[in-house]
Design a protein around this ligand. Structure first.
Ligand code: DC
Length: 226
C-alpha cells in the first residue's frame, strides 16, 4: 500500500493521541505527537523564565531547544526528549497544560516546530496529531480526521489520566482548563485549530478506543465512503 500522511486534529483531551498512537502501531507507521513538542518547548520556557513578550529572548531560547523522539521499549511509547532529557512525564503535568496554549500562539514557536514536523515526516508513513496538521503542516495529507467529544466526558477522562499520574483536580477546574485551551487554540491568529474542509469528523464521546482506532484504520483502507 502507498505510504501516506494521516493528520489527526481536534480539541484538547478528545483522545487524539491515544487513537493516533494505536493507528500508527497497527499500520506500522511513525507516530508524531506535535502537542508533545509544544509542551516540551513550554517546559523549557517555564524553566528558563523566558519572557513571552520579548522576541529576542524567544529566538535565543528556540535556538537552545533540541527536541527528539526516542522509542521506549518498556512502554511502547515514543518519548520526547528535551535537550537529551526524557520529559515525557513532566510535560503532561497541569502547570505545563496551563501555559502551553499561550506559548503555542507565538509565531516564532510555531514556525520552528512546524519546520521540524515537516522534516520529520519527509518519508511519509506517518500519523501526526495536533491542532493544525491537516490545515497547515500538511494541507495535502491524504487522510485527515478531526476529533471531537463532549466536554464533560473529555474532562472526566483527563481527570482519570492525571489521577493515575498522582495529580488530583476537580472536574470544574479541568473543564475550565480545557475550555480555555480550546478558546486560545481556536482564536489565535497563527494557524488556529479548525476542521479542514476535507477532514472526517470523529466524535469519541460514546465509543471505545478500539472503535476510534478501527474508524481511522477503515478510512485508511478506503472502507468508509464520505
Ligand atoms: O495535544 P496536546 O493537548 O498535548 O497539545 C498541547 C497544546 O499544544 C495545545 O493546547 C495547543 C498546542 N498545539 C498546537 O498549537 N499545535 C499543534 N499542532 C499541537 C499542539
Amino acid at each position: 500500500m502507498r505510504k501516506i500522511i494521516i493528520a489527526i486534529d481536534g480539541y484538547s483531551g478528545c483522545g487524539k493521541s491515544t487513537t493516533a498512537k494505536k493507528v500508527a502501531a497497527k499500520l506500522n507507521y511513525l507516530y508524531i505527537d506535535t502537542g508533545a513538542m509544544y509542551r516540551a518547548t513550554t517546559l523549557y520556557f517555564l524553566e528558563s523564565f523566558i519572557s513571552l513578550s520579548n522576541p529576542k529572548e524567544i529566538d535565543k531560547a528556540l535556538s537552545n531547544i533540541h527536541l527528539n523522539f526516542i522509542f521506549n521499549s518498556v512502554t511502547g511509547n515514543n518519548d520526547i526528549f528535551l535537550n537529551n532529557l526524557n520529559v515525557e512525564e513532566e510535560i503532561r503535568k497541569m502547570y505545563v497544560s496551563e501555559k502551553v496554549s499561550q506559548v503555542s500562539t507565538l509565531p516564532q514557536v510555531r514556525k520552528t516546530l512546524v519546520d521540524q514536523q515537516r522534516r520529520m515526516a519527509k518519508k511519509g508513513a506517518v500519523v501526526m496529531d495536533g491542532r493544525d496538521i491537516g490545515t497547515n503542516v500538511f494541507p495535502n495529507a491524504e487522510l485527515k480526521v478531526f476529533v471531537t467529544a463532549d466536554i464533560n466526558i473529555r474532562a472526566a477522562r483527563r481527570q482519570q489520566e492525571l489521577f493515575e499520574k498522582g495529580e488530583e483536580f476537580t472536574l470544574p477546574y479541568i473543564i475550565a482548563n480545557l475550555n480555555e485551551r480550546d478558546r486560545i487554540d481556536t482564536t489565535r491568529t497563527e494557524n488556529p485549530l479548525r476542521k479542514a474542509e476535507d477532514a472526517y469528523i470523529l466524535d469519541t464521546s460514546y465509543i471505545t478506543i478500539n472503535e476510534q482506532v478501527d474508524y481511522v484504520v477503515n478510512l485508511y483502507l478506503g472502507k468508509v465512503i464520505p
